[in-house]
Ligand binder design. Structure first.
Ligand SMILES: Cc1cc2nc3c(=O)[nH]c(=O)nc-3n(C[C@H](O)[C@H](O)[C@H](O)COP(=O)(O)O)c2cc1C
Length: 130
């Protein structure tokens, strides 16, 4: 999928991954007539953008790329700096309506079970999950 994304963007297309396809995996599987042992992981919308929004900020490269050995002594500082950057970005993009930051956005991914129905669904599809 990432190769598709890179190729599409190189041709001037824009895209959006749709993890939400796993909100109703049974319905999607039936629509797509997916056989046993196949399940929808995500969707991908592709199209020619009619907007040219500013590039979303990224974590500083030194916080994700390390040479020779792992370094996280600056991690807290880097994350808190990036949280400020993202808070500014979200407020600006939303006209002041979205007052959050990177850490807050990611928190539910690590603290809640987002799609608890997936285990039962996958077992029903023939995946031997326990
Ligand atoms: C695995 C994955 C699943 C996503 N699922 C959805 C989705 O269901 N609905 C949606 O509007 N955007 C979805 N997105 C897009 C994100 O909301 C976000 O707009 C996009 O990833 C661009 O931000 P980024 O460049 O920081 O990743 C998804 C992105 C990823 C990587």
């Amino acid at each position: 999928a990432q190769n598709v994304a890179v190729a599409a963007e190189s041709e001037g297309l824009g895209l959006c991954y749709i993890g939400g396809i796993r909100n109703n995996p049974a319905e999607v599987s039936s629509l797509l007539r997916l056989p046993e042992d196949v399940y929808p992981v995500f969707g991908m919308c592709l199209g020619y953008p009619d907007q040219n929004p500013e590039v979303k900020p990224r974590l500083p490269v030194e916080s994700i790329l390390m040479e020779d050995y792992y370094r996280d002594d600056q991690a807290e500082q880097q994350v808190s700096g990036f949280d400020s950057t993202m808070n500014e970005y979200y407020r600006e993009r939303s006209g002041g309506n979205k007052d959050t930051n990177w850490s807050e956005q990611l928190k539910p991914l690590f603290t809640t079970k987002l799609r608890p129905h997936m285990q039962g669904f996958l077992q029903g599809k023939g995946f031997g999950l326990k």
